[in-house]
Each structure stands twice: as structure tokens, then as C-alpha cells.
Design a binder for this molecule. Sequence first.
Ligand code: AFP
Length: 333
Amino acid sequence: MQRLIPVLNNDHVSLHLISVINTLLTAAKEISHRLHQGSLAGTLGSTLDENIQGETQKKLDIVSNQLIKNMLLETNLVHAVASEEEDFVVMGNPDAKYLVAYDPLDGSSNIDINGSVGTIFSILEKPKHAAEGTELFLQTGDEQIAAGYILYGPSTMLVLTTGKGVRMFTLDHTVGEFLLTVDKVTVPQDTKEFAINMSNRRYWTAPMENYIADLLLGAEGVRKKNFNMRWNAAMVSDVHRVLSRGGIFAYPADCKNPEKPCKLRLMYEANPMSFLVEQAGGRASTGYERIMSLQPTDIHERVSVLMGSRNEVDMCLDYYKKFKCERPDAPNQ
Ligand code: AFP
């Protein structure tokens, strides 16, 4: 089985970018180790703090964030980092060209129940025009030069794109290396599986309400086939299932809290996952526009997300065209 670095060398990925990705993996191996130790490492549970988005921070969120941030900045190859757990952009080497946005531990409510969690990352280049701090990162998803996630599940896996398709690597703990286990990941175009938090149903808008209602009718309804539902409450593991065997994953804008109509973060979750899904032949949309075409206005902004098997996402988008309604999320383009 091939190791990561020769695979990236074959793709002519620059040595500096390989080094940045490899640094993320060094941090991931440490996070993986701590997660495997569980209660024995004394890092489970919450802190008394909240992040800038008002969410309780887990101890491992903080530890993972520090590890990734420090390791990336020590490479001297990174100009700035933006993390879901940091209020502001953290500057690195002024002469370096890479920008890394990351969610250190996505799905962290799963930590205390020994469920799957993950680290998501998105790598951009410093824009040509003069920019500082937050402004550096306000680039569309199409500007990403690499993106991926590390899934800490029963095995630890890296799923990566540098814009030449998607590959999956599995951490071989005996040698401490990520080995290529799936080349050319392809999302099946059709599916019978959906992932959504059904408890939000009463807050959805008409398009999603009607789309899911038809899926639930199964073989007796207009779709004429039965659908199965899965929800892991960690985008990394839900999207991993979609990349592995197809499906549609949705966290649509809803009317639960008018101050916060969307849950998932554009820079740390939606953009990198959209890059992977599109590179694997799937589709990623807000319901109204392609996610990777959105012009961000803030590093912590949130978006509506529908992604996965191309034909199923298109089917869902038809409901957005058919059922007109007021958008709970203000479009930012
Ligand atoms: P946390 O990282 O705060 O646990 O949130 C996880 C997440 O952003 C995403 O990974 C999940 O898909 C989604 O939230 C789960 O949301 P629900 O709490 O509504 O299940």
C-alpha cells in the first residue's frame, strides 16, 4: 500500500504544500492517540468556556486547536490560520503563502459518548491583493487548493483532495503512517439514504419539509422507493458515509432561531466538504446556490448545506425551485 507522500509527489503537489498537509497529520496522530486513550488521558468533558459562536468548548477541542495551530505556525510555511475555536485569525510567517482554516474537532459532542469525531481543514493561498487578518480568508471555496478531513472512528482515516480527485488513507498505527486505501473516491449518483436532524422538522421551510415528506412516503409515494435515514451528529462521519456509499446530507437553514438560521460553518465545514464531494462527482448547494461559489463575508459565517449524490441533490433542489418561500438565511452574494 502506498504512503501519502509518494502519492502526493506523483500528483506534482508542491513540497511546501505536502509539508503543510503532513504537519496537519502529525497533529492528527496526536489527537487520535488522545481520543483512543479516552478517560485515561483526562481530557474528556467540557471546559467552563464557550467559543466565539456561543458553543461550550470540550477540553479536547482546546487541546486539538492548540496542537494544530502551534504545529502549523512552527513550520514557517503558513501565513495565517483561522480556527472554529479561535475568535480571530492568527498570523504566522509574513513571507509564507499558505492559509489554513480548520475545525479541530468537529462533532465534539460525540467525544464523551465514544462516538466518531473529526478534524476538517481547508487550505488557501494568500490572495494576490494586499489583505490582512480576516480579509485574507474571505475567498470562495473555489479558491481552495487542498481540503480534507481526518475521521477518528474505529480506524483513523484521512480523506484528501488537492483538486485531482479524492483519496482515502488509513492510519496504520503500527508504523504511524497514513496508507492509501481508496483511490479515486466516487459518490454514487443515486441513493436511498438521507441524513438530516429530523428533530428540526417543525422549523424547516417548505422545500425541505416537502422533500423529506416524500422520502418518508417511500415506495408508496412519488419517489417509489424506500429510503433509510442515518444521523451521526458529526458532519465528518455523516459525509464520510456519503463519500463511501452515497447519500444526501442536509443541514438546511431553518426558522428555529432567527439570529442563527444556519448551523454549519462555511470556512471550516461547508467549503472543505463541498470540495471533497464535488471532486468525487457529487453536488453541494445551499438550496439556492453552489456552496463553493459563495463569497464569504466573515470567517465564522454559517450556511445552509445540502450535499451528496448528484441526482438526489438535484431532486432536492427541484423542491427549492417548486416551493417558493422566504429564506431564513440572508443570501450573501
Ligand atoms: P459540534 O462540533 O459543535 O459538535 O457540531 C457538530 C456539527 O457542526 C456537525 O458536525 C454536525 O453535522 C452538526 O453540528 C450536528 O448538529 P445537531 O446538534 O443538530 O445534531
